[in-house]
Design a binder for this molecule. Structure first.
Ligand code: PLP
Length: 432
């Protein structure tokens, strides 16, 4: 039983904390993806590309808090700026100049962004973007892809990815059928399926929401021309195209996936990297759509902590550091690890497919090209968890699920990659 990893017996403090945590927190955690069998390690601190657990172990981190920590943990410029802001107050309920500074930078970078509304999470961003699209078009239905994860709210928690899929509940109980009947599901990378669902729901579809690269069922790339196809067909049919760039925003390129693929949606949602390790989300888009939001328009969106000065400060300091070198280096390191995974899976004769783009990568224990959720689900998830534990024993932490994505940060330098490659080799030796 691979859950009986030798490491488990050494994680004494983590085990004790997990037992204590379970008394007060559901399964000991505050977000499902953080739980894995038999128990997760508890973190004491983090610096650069390393996590340190309470038992004194050090791991090279490819989870990076599920994406935000692209500058590595405890970035000095962010810490200093946040310290300064802390002294000036942490929430005002009034506007600040810093919100303009960050909004300007977002508008400058993201092709579809003419205006910005800052919120507190990716979940809030996608929820508000869908409401905005429905309000603007006067239509109800939303097209969503099988396995796409757009956060944990009712409109989109249908055939969802990430923790919902990992823990076996891609459709959550507690969501009224009346809500989800307006969410139309289609397979990714399939043009006919979109054409068919648009025909069947003619004039009823408010928006199509897509992760331009699917990052919550592993890492699934769009087929060449697919995003262009989505742009054209939505435009022809009066459907708003929303890119959920909570993962890809500021990651694939300066201007996210829309710059990388040169396809400009009507609206986009952002989060993760934008907050520099603090909670944030954003809805961005064309001025005439954004101005339909309250208080200039009737579509309601609000939040006590929207544009919170701490998150905004960290965001400003983060984007300042995302320069050409950042994109070049993080792409290079993710590619090195991905290429090694391809090499080693062949060497040990383990059927696998590996995908990478910019700082994102994932291996599927699957012999088919992974183009969508159905194929991703056929992967050998037990083998994945064995790979996960083998890596952890060798000092490398990746997200504990086949249905998540690994990330590199600017702190994953050549030496760290070399160590990672050695750990992967060790992990594969024991993957039988
Ligand atoms: N959209 C995508 C593509 C995501 O990956 C996530 C989170 O993983 C979300 C939305 C939800 O963001 P948050 O967890 O900040 O609510």
């Amino acid at each position: 039983d691979f859950y009986n990893s030798s490491l488990c017996s050494e994680l004494e403090k983590s085990k004790a904390l997990f037992e204590e945590a379970q008394k007060y927190l559901v399964k000991g955690v505050n977000s499902p993806v953080r739980y894995f069998k038999p128990f997760p390690f508890f973190v004491e601190k983090a610096k650069d590309c390393y996590l340190f657990d309470v038992d004194g172990n050090k791991y090279i981190d490819y989870c990076l808090a599920y994406g935000p920590m692209v500058l590595g943990h405890a970035n000095e410029a962010i810490i200093n700026a946040v310290k300064e802001q802390l002294e000036l107050g942490t929430a005002y309920g009034c506007p600040t100049e810093k919100e303009i500074i960050l909004a300007k930078e977002v508008v400058d970078r993201i092709p579809c962004a003419e205006m910005v509304r800052f919120v507190n999470s990716g979940t809030e961003a996608t929820m508000s973007a869908i409401r905005l699209a429905r309000g603007v078009t006067g239509k109800k239905k939303v097209i969503k892809f099988d396995g796409a994860y757009h956060g944990a709210h009712d409109y989109v928690l249908v055939k969802s990815g990430s923790g919902a899929l990992t823990h076996g509940t891609p459709n959550s109980p507690g969501i009224p059928e009346e809500t989800t009947k307006n969410t139309i599901l289609v397979p990714f990378n399939d043009e006919e399926a979109i054409e068919k669902s648009i025909k069947e729901n003619k004039d009823e579809i408010a928006c199509l929401m897509v992760e331009p690269v699917m990052g919550n069922v592993g890492c699934i790339l769009p087929k060449e021309g697919y995003l262009e196809f989505l742009r054209e067909i939505t435009e022809e049919n009066g459907i708003l195209l929303i890119f959920d760039e909570v993962i890809t925003g500021f990651r694939l390129a300066r201007g996210g996936a829309q710059e990388y693929f040169d396809v400009v949606p009507d609206l986009a949602t952002l989060g993760k990297i934008l907050g520099g390790g603090f909670p944030i989300g954003a809805i961005v888009g064309k001025k005439e759509i954004m101005e339909m939001m309250s208080p200039s328009g009737p579509i309601y969106q609000a939040g006590t902590f929207n544009g919170n000065p701490i998150s905004i400060t960290a965001g400003i300091e983060t984007l300042k550091q995302l320069d050409d070198r950042f994109y070049k280096e993080t792409t290079k390191t993710a590619e090195k690890v991905a290429n090694y995974l391809r090499e080693v899976s062949e060497k040990y004769n383990i059927p696998a497919k590996v995908y990478n783009i910019a700082s994102m990568f994932q291996i599927y224990f699957n012999d088919k090209e992974v183009l969508n959720y159905e194929i991703a689900k056929q992967s050998n998830t037990d083998l994945f968890m064995k790979y996960f534990w083998n890596l952890l024993e060798n000092g490398v932490f990746i997200p504990p699920s086949q249905f998540e994505c690994c990330f590199t940060s600017i702190k994953h330098d050549d030496e760290v990659i070399e160590k990672t490659i050695n750990a992967i080799e060790e992990a594969f030796k024991n993957l039988e």
